[in-house]
Unconditional design. Structure first.
Length: 478
């Protein structure tokens, strides 16, 4: 499945490996190190694409490479870069598989990991009473489906019955069954809904409902990453309700989500060390370990000073490649372009330990497209936003990027950007630039700019431009 055949071509003096199974997404840059990192990551990511003739249907690897499987955390991180690389059918199938397998017999969990045979992976599942499951998973899936809708414009991710049933059960039955109400987070049992009698030596017993992605501590009662995941899942569910024109429900779940965020800020911050505690043990003691990465991933922080302290701690500590694969995008969006760039080059280097973990190459694509190139999408407004984050401003070009049922091209340089709409309908381009400014030139004509602050990061200013199908627009600043 992983065999990749290469041909060699040259662009701007760089050697570019191109996979025989060649995705349409292309990237060119005067920065040859970044360009080569993209093509290494792209070819490796595409090599993780499974066969659509496998029993599970179209899929890609999103787990330990030897398992031929995909798990919820990895998929939720890899789904957007997978979409960028043309794996739309894979995303639809994988996410449908997950949401369709929620059940009361599993206490409203779904399968944590599934394999190419369409079965729960035996490494994580024995039966409906004995299996591995991180409780972040359901809320992670809600947000992944919301982000897929925002990027693709495909409403099936938020309206198809299996998806809506999963969302509704998660924010009610699942939250209640696992005692995840905001006033129960510190009083809930450590081993809840575990098989009886509990066998602590059997991780299918001990890990059936882990309240964190941090798995090194056996008696974790609550992880800060789960609090942040609940906040993000409820926030995304509220946004879906707005799309469904159920504003009363939307307001209710925005309020519920805010209660988790307030508790996170009021209870988990350690003012002595200027960082967040990351877990609360069964012995009633706060501790620190992994988890801060997810505070940024779930966009759960609103205090600029605490965001900066969190990023500085992440930058000053060594992390495994799973955690590190999140950093390029997160660092770039907070204005740490240099550090995002360095992490991309590190992760794309074949000499990096565990370089072949699937999430790593997908994380590089995410970090380059959404991070360095600053691309985001919002299907509600049929809008694509760009904000260049290359630390030295080298010229960079993306071609054939699939977004909003279209294909776009983007070229950035130090003081300008070009947007190409290769689709069949108008796309609204929000052309953004770091700093402050009163105007932006659009195809040579001055247009008033809007100033936008970023919590925890430098401000930017932008203007909105309607880009007709088959046209190219240039926006620049003096």
């Amino acid at each position: 499945m992983r065999s990749v055949f290469f041909m060699i071509c040259c662009w701007a003096g760089a050697v570019i490996p191109v996979a025989a199974q060649n995705p349409s997404l292309e990237f060119m840059s005067s920065d040859t190190a970044l360009q080569n990192s993209f093509y290494r990551a792209r070819d490796l990511a595409v090599s993780f694409r499974g066969s659509p003739s496998d029993p599970v249907g179209p899929w890609y690897e999103a787990a330990l490479p030897s398992r031929n499987a995909f798990c919820i955390r990895d998929v939720s991180h890899q789904c957007l870069p997978a979409e960028m690389l043309g794996m739309s059918a894979e995303n639809k199938n994988i996410l449908t598989r997950f949401v369709s397998n929620i059940s009361e017999s599993k206490d409203w969990c779904t399968y944590w990991e599934m394999n190419r045979n369409g079965q729960p992976a035996p490494e994580d599942y024995r039966n409906d009473r004995e299996f591995w499951y991180n409780l972040n998973a359901n809320f992670e899936l809600i947000d992944a489906c919301w982000r897929m809708y925002l990027w693709t414009g495909n409403t099936r991710y938020i309206t198809e019955p299996a998806f809506r049933t999963f969302f509704d059960l998660t924010v009610t039955r699942y939250l209640e069954r696992w005692k995840l109400q905001v006033d129960s987070l510190f009083t809930r049992p450590v081993y809840l809904n575990a098989p009886i009698p509990l066998n602590n030596q059997d991780y299918f017993h001990r890990c059936r409902g882990l309240p964190s992605y941090y798995e090194a501590i056996h008696d974790v009662k609550m992880g800060i990453d789960l609090v942040a995941a609940i906040y993000r899942g409820l926030t995304s569910y509220a946004a879906m309700n707005t799309v469904w024109k159920q504003e009363q429900q939307a307001a209710l779940y925005r309020q519920k989500a805010e209660a988790y965020r307030k508790q996170l800020e009021a209870t988990w911050w350690n003012s002595t060390n200027n960082r967040y505690h990351t877990y609360y043990s069964g012995g009633g003691v706060f501790g620190t370990g992994e988890g801060e990465t997810y505070l940024l991933w779930y966009n759960a922080l609103t205090d600029s000073s605490r965001i900066r302290h969190t990023i500085q701690h992440l930058l000053g500590t060594s992390w495994n490649v799973e955690n590190r694969s999140y950093l390029p995008y997160q660092l770039a969006r907070y204005g740490y372009g240099k550090q995002a760039y360095e992490n991309i080059l590190f992760l794309a280097n074949p000499a990096t330990e565990r370089h072949d973990y699937p999430e790593v190459s997908f994380g590089v694509i995410e970090g380059l497209v959404q991070g360095i190139m600053g691309v985001s999408a919002d299907a509600r407004e049929n809008r694509v936003t760009t904000l260049y984050n290359h630390p030295s401003g080298d010229t960079c070009t993306l071609k054939h990027l699939p977004v909003l049922s279209s294909r776009i091209g983007i070229r950035h340089w130090n003081k300008g950007s070009t947007f190409v709409n290769n689709g069949h309908s108008v796309i609204y381009w929000r052309a953004g630039f770091r700093g402050t400014g009163r105007s932006i030139r659009v195809n040579g004509k001055s247009k008033k700019a809007v100033q936008q602050p970023i919590i925890g990061g430098p401000p930017f200013f932008y203007t909105d431009i309607a880009v007709a199908p088959g046209t190219t627009v240039t926006a620049d600043i003096l």
